[in-house]
Design a binder for this molecule. Structure first.
Ligand code: ATP
Ligand code: MG
Ligand code: FE
Length: 349
């Protein structure tokens, strides 16, 4: 069965075709992506109205590119999946509207997918897929959560950020360092030339005993350093970037390890844009080696938003019996706010 996936929750338009093989394995057949980052850069953040309009412009050409790479035409599509939420309402409506119209024209089910379920399941498309149950560290631009995952839709929240998300901490610190928007990748590139011990930055909630996170105080500490340095910042930028990255990564690794101990599980899945961070990957791998558990990551290209994770989540939920035969129907809605824990199991426990 072939699932077309459409992602349009924020500032990336992604379309991909994922094929579910008879043995249950999922294969990515074709994918196309357009990032609006350059368009929003002048505004220092995502402008919702511009985002929606750009999704409209991009979605059909991207779909054609994804199908061409897969070597099939639209008639080969057996279901059309779209991001139903969470995200920007207008942006979500573009993907949902296009998906429902396509599905209706093709006479196939339309499937509304939870964006974070997409992130969470994305490592199943990697060469080294995980198996249930596992602990998931979801670290994206809008979320920082530790979840216990027992199957598709069987998610128990272990802890989450009480203020900023990890990606947000990267982006806001990068902005303070004058690295533009979104600065996560730029900050981590610059950090490679710096000394992470050059500045003593706080590790909020490191020893709180629970599995919650807080990153707002770190951002304030970076701001304090930037002000203190003044014109001297230029020469110390790489050091401050390295110290910031180290502080964020330390907290993530510490809490992930704590979640592994608390659950007694053997597998950790890292998903979301911050999962592309090399320092995070290296430190988690090292911790896993010592503690005897395993870490699974999505392919680098699938860490940030993309259509493949949406098609995959639909395929896995479909396979587990998570949808009625007609899917969500051709009338559609979107859910800009939609907690992951609100999802129900794809199959009865
Ligand atoms: P959400 O999925 O929570 O709605 P989002 O879709 O905006 O948010 P993602 O696309 O998963 O988030 O990830 C984007 C975030 O990942 C940004 O904050 C970005 O700075 C961060 N990011 C991407 N690459 C890296 C990296 N190498 N190091 C650190 N942060 C990174
Ligand atoms: Mg994005
Ligand atoms: Fe995302």
């Amino acid at each position: 069965m072939r699932f077309l996936g459409i992602e349009s929750s924020c500032d990336e338009t992604g379309v991909a075709l994922v094929q579910l093989l008879p043995d249950g394995a999922a294969r990515l057949r074709g994918a196309a992506l357009h990032s609006q980052v350059a368009m929003h850069r002048d505004y220092g953040g995502v402008v919702p109205e511009l985002a929606s309009r750009d999704h409209i412009r991009r979605v059909l050409p991207l779909m054609e590119a994804a199908l061409e790479e897969a070597g099939v035409d639209l008639r080969a599509v057996d279901a059309v999946a779209y991001t139903r939420g969470p995200g920007l309402a207008g942006a979500l409506l573009v993907g949902a509207g296009v998906a429902a119209a396509l599905a209706m024209a093709l006479g196939v089910p339309a499937l509304g997918v939870h964006h974070l379920e997409g992130h969470l399941l994305s490592p199943f498309l990697s060469a080294d897929p995980p198996a249930f149950p596992f602990v998931a560290l979801l670290v994206s631009g809008g979320h920082t959560q530790l979840m216990r995952v027992d199957g598709v839709g069987r998610y128990a929240l272990l802890g989450e950020t009480i203020d900023d998300a990890a990606g947000e901490a990267f982006d806001k610190s990068a902005k303070l360092l004058g690295l533009g928007y979104p600065g996560g990748p730029a900050l981590s590139r610059l950090a490679q030339q710096g000394d992470p011990a050059a500045f003593a930055l706080p590790r909020p909630l490191l020893h709180s005993g629970d599995l919650d996170f807080s990153f707002a105080g770190l951002k304030t500490a970076v701001l304090t350093q930037v002000r203190k340095l003044g014109p001297a910042l230029a020469a110390r930028r790489a050091d401050l970037a390295a110290a910031t990255e180290a502080a964020i990564v330390d907290v993530l690794v510490h809490k992930a390890a704590q979640a592994m101990r608390a659950t007694g599980l053997q597998r950790l899945v890292v998903a979301g844009g911050v999962g592309a961070n090399q320092r995070l990957r290296a430190q988690l791998d090292e911790r896993a080696r010592r503690a005897g558990w395993r870490v699974h990551y999505p392919e680098l290209a699938l860490c940030t938003d993309n259509g493949a994770m949406i098609a995959l989540a639909a395929a896995m939920r479909w396979q587990a019996g998570g949808w009625p035969p007609h899917g969500d129907g051709w009338a559609f809605d979107v859910r800009p706010r939609w907690p992951l824990q609100a999802l129900t199991p794809a199959a009865p426990a």
